[in-house]
Write a protein that binds this ligand. Sequence first.
Ligand code: NAD
Length: 497
Amino acid sequence: MINMPNRSPRDVVGEFLAQKPIPMFVGGSYRRANAGGEIVVTRPSDGTPLATIAAGDASDIDDAVEAAATAFPAWAGTPVSERAALLHRIADVIERDKEILAMLESRDLGKPYRDALDFDIGFAASGYRYFADLAVRSSQSNTIALPHIEARQVRLPRGVCGFIIPWNAPFILAAWGCAPALAAGNTAVLKAAELAPLTCLYLGELAREVGIPPGVLNIVPGLGQKAGAALASHPRLNMISFTGSPATGKSVALAAASNLTPSKLELGGKGAAIVFPDVNVADVTSQLTAAIVRNAGQTCCTATRWIVHRDILPEFLASTTSRLESVRIGPDESDAEMGAVISEGQRQRIVNYLNVGREQGAKFVYDGGNAPLAGYEQGYYVRPMLLAGTEDNLCAREEIFGPVGYVMTFSTEAEAISLTNRTSYGLANSVWSADLERAARVAEKMVSGNSWINAHNVFAYGLPYGGINQSGWGGGVNSPQTLRDYERELTVARPLR
Ligand code: NAD
């Protein structure tokens, strides 16, 4: 299945998807589920079956953990520069196969192909490079200066790391977890999301091609209640990283805690954007609209609560409305700005939130409507919406995970900060102002993992990203700390007599 120079990306994608089922990747080999489980994956753009995948259960997870445990000593003992070289080779082949991967990701998620190509695939590749280089540069042993004791602290890989990821950005999220873990010398079992597992499964092909040893990376898709729960509670895991909803995150952390397995959680959010009156309104509304349209609003950290100064409210609403009217919605292979949402269940969830929001008194400033897309009536489309109202409305409080903005107003800086922080989430907020001193002051008062200034959704490797409160725990991702999260510390000491 490896991409050959004489086969077009479309042909490779066609062959990959034609496998019935697309097998899971365990111990360096592709194979079916032990119990023969399969899941049909749907194409959100038109609601048709896209692929059939092997769906793992507890016995497949056992096999994957066993393979990872067997591979661990040799991988941990491989010089860090050789591990790093292999991670760079993974990035090389991801970049070579970017069109294949973007086609798979866009069809699987319903997102525009261009978005997957320009962002998801390349950004994932950069993650493998960042952690490869970071691991090579990091010192594994620090001398501790003490009287009468010769001492040092050594950092070592933990062992087998489990990863459970959601469907909204699978290729990136697999990289955010697996890249630091593998760079640090751990082996990995990745439980891909049942709704969007395709690029994760293709990653196995790439790992095998570049020579990642069998068992170092294992990829088992399956239902959360079966494969996910089995991984979270597996007694042989040395670390688990979960990305997804707060409710599932709590159950994963509890299951891991019953084995004293450390966990990292990257969870949902209800991001605020505070807009002061000194901004260029058209520019801000354009960027905030892009934030809710990106990935059809299915982005954990995106700006969903728009806290706008009263003085600019009429101009702000008029500008947003005209921007929303221009949003082109279409299927994965069109030049659309926004695609479908992931599933009929997700579409229904968004509609339900909007119905409750309306009952609770929210004003629909821009009601894109639930109109199906002509020619794609079976696809899972929701048009963007702009609501306005009070902070007690359900749509202002809970993560909808759809293309919905909710406007609230403020008069004073203190009021805006207080409104921003009155949430159980704590992932990411932004502040928009021409006064950079004020922006910095407000940014530092936000109770969250990330405060962005005059932008929303800011990602870079080396820029720590994580949540607090209901949005996560355990150190976050994308930073030097992330590499350390996948290491255990060992103190070596010798009293000097
Ligand atoms: P989810 O919690 O329903 O599922 C996430 C993963 O957990 C899936 O692979 C699923 O199969 C698995 N799972 C489900 N039940 C399980 C169980 N009982 N035990 C173990 N695993 C189980 O979340 P979702 O709907 O797939 O994703 C959306 C959520 O993810 C949103 O809340 C979003 O904000 C969050 N998210 C957070 C980040 C971040 O970096 N903070 C990034 C992306 C998504």
